[in-house]
Design a protein around this ligand. Structure first.
Ligand code: PLP
Length: 426
């Protein structure tokens, strides 16, 4: 693929406008900011036509590839017919996508509420749980990211993502972190902390426990085995609902399962999703059981754009591409290959403290001292810059910003994986 010649404004002009007219909270990953003008499957292109392997995937969002022809076709066809109406009227795009999503979920999880983002999906999930249980207390994990509106910022548990606004009613439990955590890989020991929060920090009843199965923003942290089943049991006993935030880890990304919670053998009461379900089209969803969904029947509850026909027609096309191109299987195969190669790299370079994750949701943590696990913050940025020079883009995360986040489109090949490892092998 050769992208068309770029005839837009020069990077310096875009940069000037960005500094003047966009939020001051935006930051650059690279010494020389990157101007991306084209995307094709797993690759991005800058204004000079230079190709990059997009191993960040638009923050774990582009699952079937940039500008996938089937997704574009579905969006164009729907846009030509009907770009927007309202959920007050019938429309098959929204109903078809809801049915398709429900068919991917276990048990009674089949009532879908569409939102425009992951944040909104989690806001709604927390609200549903609070109304359903009549309780306000929510438990989330230290190191989790659930969004940046008032309620979800409360559930998000890292100071660098929080502002001093009212974020009431959330208790943050010990993170079942297998690399740094005090109990190593013993999930049940970490789960005791949730039980203690329920006993000592609440009335004994809670509204919900919310967690990712693999923490994305928190630095690709897998929850210790045995943790979720034990916690789900405690939370259910305390009358609470269990919410699986699948915004980042769901939708085939982890390879061996379609959803992250399936890797832990639990069935949540509410599942939230966004990012990958639209492959970049802004769409999110909350899925729950008919019984729990009844709480919203007491009022009018919908929003203007949630379930927009262009977004839901696009979402349905994404789901079909995932199945047609067997992208979950590819995420498993290429992801396992890549993880193995990264582990070899770890043997060679002391700076790589940990390699973790599943499928195509992988993390590489850099440390200046393997024993002390001292975060290698400056080095992480340096290596990212060098990788960019070699044509590979990765994300970064973790509390100290010292973890590479590898969340590419699920269509990457073993050759792409080799290129990534080569670029990291400095
Ligand atoms: N939940 C998780 C696990 C996320 O990773 C994110 C975003 O990174 C969100 C929620 C918030 O989603 P959005 O940025 O679409 O609001």
């Amino acid at each position: 693929y050769v992208p068309p010649a770029y005839d837009g404004p020069p990077a310096e002009e875009i940069l000037r406008k960005r500094s003047e007219f966009l939020s001051p909270s935006l930051f650059h990953f690279y010494k020389k900011p990157l101007n991306i003008v084209d995307g094709k499957m797993q690759y991005l292109f800058d204004e000079s036509g230079r190709r990059y392997l997009d191993a960040f995937g638009g923050i774990a969002t582009v699952c079937c590839g940039h500008c996938h022809p089937d997704v574009i076709e579905a969006i164009i066809n729907q846009t030509k017919r009907l770009q927007h109406s309202t959920v007050v009227y019938l429309n098959h795009a929204i109903s078809d996508f809801a049915e398709a999503l429900a068919s991917k979920l276990p048990g009674d999880l089949k009532v879908v509420f569409f939102t425009n983002s992951g944040t909104e999906a989690n806001e709604l999930a927390l609200m549903i749980a609070r109304i359903y249980t009549g309780c306000h207390d929510v438990i989330s994990l230290r190191n989790s990211y659930h969004g940046n509106a008032a309620g979800t910022m409360g559930a998000t548990a890292q100071s660098n993502w929080k502002f001093n606004i009212v974020q009431s009613g959330v208790h943050h439990a010990l993170n079942p972190d297998q690399y740094r955590g005090v109990f190593g890989a013993d999930g049940e020991k970490y789960a005791n902390d949730v039980q203690e929060i329920i006993e000592y920090g609440t009335s004994g009843h809670v509204a919900a426990f919310i967690s990712e199965a693999i923490q994305g923003v928190g630095g690709i942290q897998e929850l210790a085995p045995g943790y979720l089943p034990a916690v789900y049991k405690s939370v259910k006993q305390a009358g609470g609902l269990c919410i699986a935030d699948e915004v980042q880890c769901g939708f085939a990304r982890i390879g061996n399962h379609f959803w992250g919670f399936e890797a832990h053998g639990v069935v949540p009461d509410i599942v939230t999703m966004a990012k990958g379900i639209g492959n970049g089209i802004p769409v999110g969803a909350v899925v729950t059981t008919p019984e729990i969904a009844q709480v919203l029947a007491r009022r009018s509850y919908f929003n203007t754009f949630g379930g927009n026909p262009v977004c839901t027609a696009g979402g349905l096309a994404v789901l079909r591409v995932l199945e047609k191109e067997k992208l979950q299987e590819n995420a498993f195969l290429v992801g396992s290959f890549l993880k193995d190669r990264l582990r070899h790299l770890q043997e060679k370079h002391d700076i790589i403290g940990d390699v973790r994750g599943m499928g195509l949701m992988l993390g590489v943590e850099l440390v200046t001292d393997r024993e002390a696990k001292t975060p290698a913050k400056a080095e992480t940025l340096q290596v990212m810059d060098q990788m960019k020079e070699m044509g590979v883009l990765v994300g970064k995360g973790g509390f100290h910003g010292n973890v590479f986040r590898i969340t590419p489109p699920l269509c990457i090949t073993k050759e792409d994986a080799e290129l990534l490892v080569h670029a990291m092998d400095l």
